[in-house]
Design a protein around this ligand. Structure first.
Ligand code: HEC
Ligand code: HEC
Ligand code: HEC
Ligand code: HEC
Ligand code: HEC
Ligand code: HEC
Length: 308
């Protein structure tokens, strides 16, 4: 998460692909990264325009979108870099452009750009003023552990020194802990209020909402919070076997295993390992060129409809 935003010209994806070009419909696109600049050019054959890309959002695990500024307004690039394609393609959720300017990017309304920076940067708003030039790129210690440059400094000296932390995040009750991650990953309440929960597969990106729909979650359980399975200080573990011990904190590995208090949930008739591979299926989300892990833990027979 620390690399959730960078200067566009510093983006690893762009530096390793310094000259990207693609034709989409009537538009020819080129994105050239060199000498500390990322320049995006769009031509329709008669006219052309260029944009100086300032920020790259997303570490590119699957995609990266760029933001540029013109006359104090912010625009989200019409094209994003997709890791699976190793190329540029239309940014998730963007419509077909109507003219050269919208072929370059879409105007991001002030509220939307504020939220965008609030989730991908740290301290982009200070004293009620939105000031992206002074914000820290990426999700840093402060974003989760509270403000205070002094504390941040202390932590860079000795990251294990808990004395520097403003909030002890390990003491949150289960639902609050999940909502805490939901500040950016979006909470169950967000999913319902925004209507995303009724929009089909895209709600798979809202892990707190999906997780809390699982029978496993019950009324909330510390063994099933986000931090029970993910250490927010390191990259997500992409090895399904790693998660077995998490499931087996509650489920019995075999039918014959001895149930003890708080560890008596049913065993599986089908397998005793790689639980998440069947019960947390990967879902392709249109327009993202990637799959997301469904956090609604469930029995999911092949070909079954996606439950909303
Ligand atoms: C301040 C906003 C913010 C908060 C709070 C937050 N996240 Fe994230 N998280 C992000 C963003 C943005 C990304 C996308 C990462 C990227 O593109 O670099 C992300 C990505 C992730 C990923 C996948 C990428 C990876 O390998 O790290 C995991 C896992 C994750 N977050 C877990 C958590 C957990 C667990 C919590 C709660 C302890 C949490 N996050 C709280 C913003 C946040
Ligand atoms: C409510 C918080 C939030 C807002 C607002 C938000 N993001 Fe994100 N973004 C996330 C989280 C969390 C992830 C990782 C999980 C996911 O991809 O669903 C993410 C992932 C991404 C990714 C993919 C990163 C990867 O890992 O490959 C891109 C690109 C991205 N966001 C761009 C944007 C842009 C551009 C905006 C603003 C116009 C924006 N986001 C607004 C929270 C947010
Ligand atoms: C995405 C949110 C997030 C970010 C970013 C983050 N932390 Fe944490 N941190 C947490 C949570 C949540 C806990 C409690 C973990 C638990 O309950 O297991 C925690 C716990 C800790 C602890 C207590 C000991 C431990 O390992 O459980 C220390 C020390 C710590 N973090 C330091 C840091 C430092 C230093 C950084 C920046 C490099 C940082 N954190 C960034 C969310 C975050
Ligand atoms: C906090 C304890 C806990 C954890 C951790 C947990 N579960 Fe569960 N799970 C339960 C309980 C309790 C039930 C039974 C709910 C019921 O049927 O009343 C359940 C139900 C299920 C079901 C049946 C769902 C259905 O729709 O009938 C499956 C499948 C399942 N769990 C798989 C998993 C897998 C896989 C993991 C790990 C990724 C996991 N669980 C982690 C407690 C847990
Ligand atoms: C029972 C364990 C478990 C819990 C609890 C859990 N996750 Fe995950 N998470 C996984 C697994 C398994 C993967 C996929 C790992 C892989 O690719 O092998 C994953 C992947 C992710 C990813 C990477 C993107 C993707 O879809 O593959 C993000 C982001 C993420 N989880 C966020 C969260 C958040 C936020 C929470 C809390 C609401 C959470 N997770 C709770 C098991 C869990
Ligand atoms: C190869 C896919 C696969 C793997 C791997 C797998 N399961 Fe299952 N699981 C299933 C299927 C299919 C069912 C439904 C079986 C039925 O109804 O006859 C099921 C059923 C369940 C149930 C419901 C049992 C009941 O009696 O209601 C639980 C709980 C469960 N699995 C947990 C787990 C756990 C925990 C693991 C890892 C130790 C795991 N599963 C690994 C496919 C799998």
């Amino acid at each position: 998460m620390a690399r959730a935003a960078t200067r566009a010209a510093d983006s690893e994806q762009l530096r390793s692909h310094p000259d990207l070009s693609v034709r989409l419909g009537p538009y020819q696109y080129q994105l050239v990264t060199k000498e500390g600049k990322a320049i995006f050019s769009i031509s329709d054959g008669t006219e052309s325009t260029t944009k100086n890309l300032e920020w790259a959002l997303g570490d590119g695990s699957f995609g990266q979108t760029y933001v540029y500024r013109e006359q104090g307004k912010y625009y989200e690039s019409q094209l994003s870099f997709y890791t699976r394609l190793n190329a540029l393609d239309t940014t998730t959720g963007h419509m077909e452009p109507k003219n050269l300017e919208t072929a370059a990017g879409g105007l991001a309304p002030p509220d939307s750009i504020r939220q965008c920076f609030a989730c991908h940067f740290t301290a982009s708003t200070t004293n009620n003023r939105f000031d992206p030039d002074r914000s820290i790129m990426g999700v840093t210690c402060e974003a989760c552990h509270g403000p205070g440059a002094q504390h941040a400094q202390l932590m860079t000296v000795d990251p294990r020194d808990t004395g520097g932390l403003i909030m002890d995040l390990s003491k949150l009750p289960p639902a609050d802990s999940v909502d805490f991650c939901g500040a950016c990953h979006r909470t169950s309440a967000d999913a319902v209020l925004t209507g995303i929960s009724k929009m089909g597969v895209i709600d798979v990106r809202l892990q707190p909402y999906r997780l809390q729909k699982s029978k496993c979650w019950g009324k909330g359980d510390a063994r099933l919070t986000c931090v029970a399975c993910h250490d927010p200080h390191v990259q997500v573990v992409r090895n399904v076997a790693f998660y077995d011990t998490k499931c087996l904190q509650c489920h019995l590995r075999t039918k014959d295993a001895q149930a003890v208090a708080a560890h008596g949930a049913a065993s599986c008739k089908v397998s005793s390992k790689d639980c998440a591979s069947c019960h947390m299926p990967k879902i392709e989300v249109p327009g993202t060129h990637t799959t997301f892990t469904d956090h609604w833990i469930r029995i999911s027979p092949p070909g079954a409809a996606y439950p909303n």
